[in-house]
Design a binder for this molecule. Structure first.
Ligand code: NAG
Ligand code: NAG
Ligand code: NAG
Ligand code: NAG
Length: 616
């Protein structure tokens, strides 16, 4: 376990910071002025960031507006409002039940002195669902890479990491996946067509860490014990002089900018309409950050010859990539680092890559979905169609339901009457169980259904499917592994989120493909995907859907720039009745691998280990 990378990312967009009047105390010098000067000099310290953040006083008026908006948003739109209260969910899930409305009530009543603490509580609340859809947002080459971390801040390393991951990541309902998320990994970088070391969420924090440094105890190859104190490196994501003091820090970064969301152009493009780029915000940020870190360290793009591994040749690659193992030439790998793909170009590209692998003797294929945080549902439906002949669109689409309120019924009806622009509640993008597109608002209005979860009742839509363009896949192209689940393996570290989980669910539960889960905890099942069971909407997107149709929105924008997103459609796997998000039996990967130094460092070795596990 190598954990010597520490980056503190200071970003208004990512950090849950505050917006408020200034505190009377501590006016001179203004800690945010001090921070800006340090940003300009390129030597910000942890303490300077902390002083500026923490100097902003709690604002009861804005806090009340925040709690009011969030309460109505969670109450009306959050599709897991009642399911989140489910107690005692079995393995591989490890999470506590949450009553979102009671939690918001508790935070709303609490007295705060600093806005920083109020927002800290809201961020913990969002993380408590362990659902990355619910969100409020240096690499030091020291010669110690081969050391084992024994302890972190005086605590056994594994338990320190797990505890951090449980509290701060909000990423998965499975503790093993949260653990993977905290650790460093590799990320395929499409722009450079090669792999980068990516710091995990323990060492790269999009918020202010609790302590200014971390104490490590390491045991290295020479068996000697090393003690190391690492200060945080601070990566400013804003230019100097973007703020000059506390007041401009607050107004430039923390206050909600209404322009931005109101100016969003309406769209009539099917692809865009059906996609959920919101789910990808995180992955986009991660990839960009990792690339930025690389360039900051090296000053130039990586050498393209590095795209091959000692044991794997890259035949082709762009947004996805195709490799063939040299030691086992019958094994090929399709790397799918994200579902945020332009299906119209990427699906034909993938079909071409796979033909090239087949031509060179590949008969068995690994689909590498590690670190894939999701993206387009459209792409999630098309990818399995490349591997399995499909005559019915419903085969690769998930049945799902929405919450239904009178406001949403009005939205659906107005959308039908006005035509433009499409919103997420437009019935014309939805199909019934025979995959006939809706021409009326009936799934939301007169046919809606009443369901009770954990003793609390709510109204939901009929089962619906999302429409997609089936003909993007050229089904006349076949490969040696076509329609043969025994020759296809999914590789996952559990960090296969959202649309990645949806596509995996089709491969595994519709077609019988096996998944190999890598990492997590020894002898414990690992989830093959996370937060697979929903599509997300932010407060702003929900409000803008109403405004775009000239309707009055049922909630107000938040006073703060924080992004708050929740699941608004729940899906089920196959003919299940239990929503996928809260159905642990759909999660465990059939096969497991533990990380060791070799496979943690080299993806070609990981692929070879997967092939040996799957096809022994
Ligand atoms: C940061 O850099 C400025 C300008 O180079 C210097 O005056 C100041 O002492 C430095 N501060 C720290 C904490 O190193
Ligand atoms: C929007 O898309 C629909 C369906 O594809 C089409 O019938 C309609 O003409 C489009 N409207 C505009 C304004 O482009
Ligand atoms: C690679 O992907 C980019 C972005 O999607 C696209 O513009 C470009 O044409 C692609 N290149 C090739 C060779 O397919
Ligand atoms: C779901 O049920 C329908 C109707 O009984 C059946 O045709 C279909 O094959 C089932 N799907 C799955 C994935 O079991």
């Amino acid at each position: 376990m190598t954990l010597l990378t520490k980056i503190l990312v200071v970003s208004s967009a990512l950090a849950a910071v505050a917006f408020a009047q200034t505190l009377e105390v501590q006016t001179s010098p203004d800690p945010c002025t001090v921070l800006n000067k340090a940003t300009g000099a390129g030597n910000m310290t942890y303490q300077q960031v902390a002083n500026c953040y923490k100097s902003i006083a709690f604002n009861p008026k804005d806090a009340k507006a925040t709690i009011d908006t969030l309460t109505k948003f969670y109450d009306d739109v959050f599709v897991f409002r009642d399911l989140a209260m489910t107690p005692n969910l079995p393995s591989p899930f490890t999470l506590k039940p949450v009553d979102p409305l009671a939690e918001l009530r508790r935070i709303g009543r609490k007295h705060y002195r600093r806005d920083f603490d109020f927002h800290g509580d809201l961020a913990s609340f969002a993380n408590s669902f362990q659902d990355a859809h619910v969100k409020y947002a240096d690499k030091t080459k020291s010669g110690l890479e081969d050391c084992e971390v024994l302890s972190i801040n005086g605590r056994a390393a594994r338990s320190a990491l797990q505890s951090h991951a449980d509290t701060h990541t909000g990423f998965s309902k499975d503790a093993g996946v949260r653990f993977n998320f905290a650790l460093a990994s590799h990320t395929y970088w499409p722009a450079a067509k090669l792999w980068l070391d990516t710091p995990g969420m323990f060492s790269m924090r999009p918020y202010l860490p609790e302590t200014p440094h971390i104490d490590y105890v390491l045991q290295c190859k020479d068996r000697k014990i090393h003690r190391l104190r690492k200060e945080w490196d601070i990566l400013p994501l804003v230019e100097p002089d973007t703020f000059t003091d506390r007041a401009t820090f607050v107004s430039n970064f923390c206050a909600h900018s209404k322009q931005k969301s109101e100016n969003k152009p309406p769209t009539n493009d099917t692809q865009h309409r059906l996609s959920s780029p919101k789910a990808m915000a995180k992955a986009t940020v991660m990839t960009d950050l990792v690339a930025a870190l690389y360039l900051r360290e090296h000053g130039q793009m990586p050498d393209p010859s590095l795209k091959d591994f000692p044991d794997a040749k890259q035949w082709a690659g762009n947004n996805t990539a195709a490799y063939q193992l040299r030691s086992m030439p019958h094994v090929g790998v399709l790397v799918v680092p994200t579902m945020e793909q332009d299906s119209k170009t990427e699906i034909p590209a993938i079909q071409g890559y796979l033909q090239q692998l087949a031509k060179n003797g590949v008969t068995h294929i690994i689909l590498d979905m590690t670190g894939n945080f999701g993206g387009e549902e459209h792409f999630a439906s098309l990818l399995p169609t490349v591997f399995f002949k499909t005559t019915n669109k419903a085969t690769h689409s998930h049945k799902h339901r929405y919450r239904v309120t009178p406001a949403m019924q009005k939205l659906a009806e107005t959308n039908l009457q006005n035509g433009m622009p499409f919103t997420d509640w437009d019935p014309r993008a939805l199909a019934d169980l025979q995959f006939r597109l809706y021409k009326t608002s009936s799934p939301f209005a007169k046919d809606s259904v009443h369901l009770t979860f954990n003793g609390r009742a709510a109204t939901y839509s009929q089962w619906v499917y999302l429409d997609y363009d089936f003909n993007i896949v050229d089904q006349s192209i076949t490969y040696p592994w076509s329609n043969d689940p025994s020759k296809i393996i999914i590789l996952t570290d559990g960090q296969c989120g959202s649309a990645c989980g949806m596509t995996s669910d089709h491969f595994v539960h519709t077609h019988g493909v096996r998944a190999v889960g890598v990492g997590g905890h020894q002898h414990r099942a690992l989830s093959m995907f996370s937060f697979a069971g929903a599509s997300v909407v932010t407060v702003d997107e929900y409000i803008d859907a109403f405004k775009s149709l000239g309707l009055e929105a049922p909630i107000q924008y938040l006073p703060y720039a924080n992004s708050v997103s929740i699941g608004f459609r729940y899906i089920v796997s196959g003919n299940d009745t239990q929503p996928l998000e809260y159905n642990p039996k759909r999660y465990p990967a059939a096969l497991r691998l533990d990380y060791n130094t070799d496979i943690a460092r080299r993806h070609d070795k990981l692929w070879a280990a997967v092939a040996k596990t799957a096809w022994k």
